[in-house]
Design a protein around this ligand. Structure first.
Ligand code: ASP
Ligand code: MG
Length: 408
């Protein structure tokens, strides 16, 4: 007998029929003698609908009340799933985040889990019940409802699995695992049997949307056995996210290719080349709460230098405004911006022991005439900023060059 935490995402519970389907899946596991804790998202589209509703009554709703509203989607699904389970003879009990007591900090709309009281859940499990917990939500020390950020049900699932020391945390979604890249762009993309936490973390933060980043961090930290699988296809093994590297010699050096579409580049042209300039430029940007991604400072000439960085496209207008203030202050020549950038990244722990990965990446892009505008690297990833019109081409040629295409 194992204790399994299963998380079902919005599309998996997107209609009454699908909720009944989840109930049947859960029942199957229980019939095999396992204890099952289920975490559910809101029905697909529901969280967006709730957010839109809040915008209709207020231009700037308070984060506390926003959480009161957006957390309700999950409350509906836990109740419906329990009813569907009981309807097929499975005893079940629902819990909101606050009822479990998933204690979080008070950072509304992006709260962090501090503690989970798993005792009541354990008692229900021992009595033979399936426990169904609302994802994405918790409660702070003042008793206010909090939410964990978009996609936060993944984190609820992993955190519960950690607290309960579950044998496995299964994330059921509309894809059957983690792919080498988005199959909508590269039809030859392959499902990975395993991927390391480190790689998954890079993939998630570089734009792959399979799992919420925080859930991967959590799983890595607490060594939760995490698996991504399809809720629609039976029998698949999905992708196991592992601590250990696959030591198979045939394993490709690169595990996956991630990309982010909506990037923008800013350049401070002719900034004085002297100590403190990077700080004078990026300090105000950080104060404006804008995340900076890649940064380049060029070699100085005649006492001036060009300083470029990328931000999410949605932050571009705000960043330009900040830089215009900076320009005057430091006496730079101009501010230039480009909102047609994207970022393509190759990820793989194999990079650590294989030289020449970067040059192969650059050669592959050069052969297609794709100009690299910025580069950033870490131990296990290389990212380039390129013109967005080359995004699909770049992903496709890199996928092939690094041997990731599925064998026909
Ligand atoms: N319902 C929330 C969202 O749409 C949380 C989740 O689905 O993970 O972001
Ligand atoms: Mg999700």
């Amino acid at each position: 007998m194992a204790l399994i935490v299963q998380k079902y995402g919005g599309t998996s519970v997107g209609s009454p029929e699908r909720i009944k389907n989840v109930a049947r899946k859960v029942e199957k596991f229980r019939a095999q003698g396992h204890q099952v804790v289920v975490v559910v998202s809101a029905m697909s589209g529901e969280t967006n609908r709730l957010i839109a509703l809040t915008k209709e009554v207020a231009t700037n709703p308070s984060p506390r009340e926003l959480d009161v509203v957006v957390s309700t989607g999950e409350q509906v699904t836990i109740g419906l799933l329990c009813m569907a389970l009981e309807d097929i003879g499975v005893p079940a009990k629902s819990y909101t985040g606050g009822q479990v007591k998933i204690l979080t900090d008070s950072l509304h709309t992006k709260a962090r889990i501090l503690n989970i009281d798993e005792a009541p859940i354990r008692k229900d499990l021992d009595e033979g019940k399936v426990v169904v917990v609302a994802g994405f939500q918790g409660v702070d020390e003042h008793g206010s409802i909090t939410t964990l950020g978009r996609g936060g049900s993944d984190t609820t699932g992993v955190a519960l699995a950690a607290a309960l020391k579950a044998d496995e945390c299964q994330i059921y979604t509309d894809v059957d695992g983690v792919y080498t890249t988005d199959p909508r762009i590269v039809p030859e993309a392959r499902k990975l049997d395993t991927i390391t936490f480190e790689e998954m973390l890079e993939m998630a933060s570089l734009g792959s949307k399979v799992l919420q980043i925080r859930s991967v961090e959590f799983a890595g930290k607490y060594k939760v056995k995490l698996r991504v699988l399809s809720s629609f296809e039976e029998g698949g093994e999905g992708t196991l996210i592992t601590v250990e590297e696959d030591t198979n010699m045939e394993q490709p050096v690169i595990s996956g290719i991630a990309f982010a579409r909506d990037e923008a580049k800013l350049t401070v042209v002719g900034a004085p080349d002297k100590p403190g300039i990077a700080y004078q430029i990026l300090g105000p940007v950080a104060e404006a709460n804008i995340d900076v991604d890649m940064i380049i400072q060029n070699v100085g000439h005649d006492g001036t230098t060009d300083f470029s960085f990328t931000v999410a496209r949605g932050d571009l207008a705000k960043a330009v405004k900040v830089l215009e203030g900076v320009q005057e202050h430091i006496g730079a020549r101009a501010i230039e911006s480009d909102n047609t950038m994207c970022k393509v990244s190759i990820v793989g722990v194999g990079m650590r022991s294989h030289p020449g990965v970067a040059s192969k990446m650059f050669r592959t892009l050069a052969e297609e005439g794709i100009n690299i505008q910025m580069i950033s690297t870490s131990e296990i990833k290389i990212s380039v900023a390129i013109d967005e019109k080359y995004l699909e081409l770049a992903v496709r040629v890199l996928h092939k060059a690094f041997g990731l295409d599925a064998q026909a």
